[in-house]
Design a protein around this ligand. Structure first.
Ligand SMILES: [Zn+2]
Length: 106
């Protein structure tokens, strides 16, 4: 009986590579949000696809950095309004692009 072949080390690091790629794509999206909005949207949709494909969760800050409905990067004061509801302890995001409203607990 032949000895088992050692598994490819790249197989184990795929989630790590995916995390790095997601970080790069989201930073690119933030950088080019004003100059190239279509490119920024594409970056975010790719980052979300990668996170689903390799089952990598986005961090809280990464989730807050774009609109879930239209996938545009959120720049406070430019395309999103943020306010706090202190009695309900909620952070409210209003996307000015697609008019969607999202609530986050804090
Ligand atoms: Zn939106």
């Amino acid at each position: 009986m032949a000895a088992k072949k050692p598994l490819n080390p790249l197989l184990f690091s795929k989630p790590q590579i995916a995390k790095e790629r997601i970080e790069i794509l989201l930073s690119q999206a933030q950088k080019y949000a004003k100059e190239k909005p279509i490119f920024a949207k594409r970056c975010i949709s790719l980052a979300r696809k990668i996170s689903k494909r390799y089952r990598v969760r986005l961090t809280k800050l990464q989730k807050l950095s774009f609109c879930k409905e239209c996938e545009t990067p959120m720049l406070p004061g430019y395309n999103v309004s943020i306010h706090l509801l202190s009695k309900k302890r909620l952070l409210v995001h209003e996307c000015k692009n697609c008019k969607s409203v999202h609530h986050y607990r804090y």
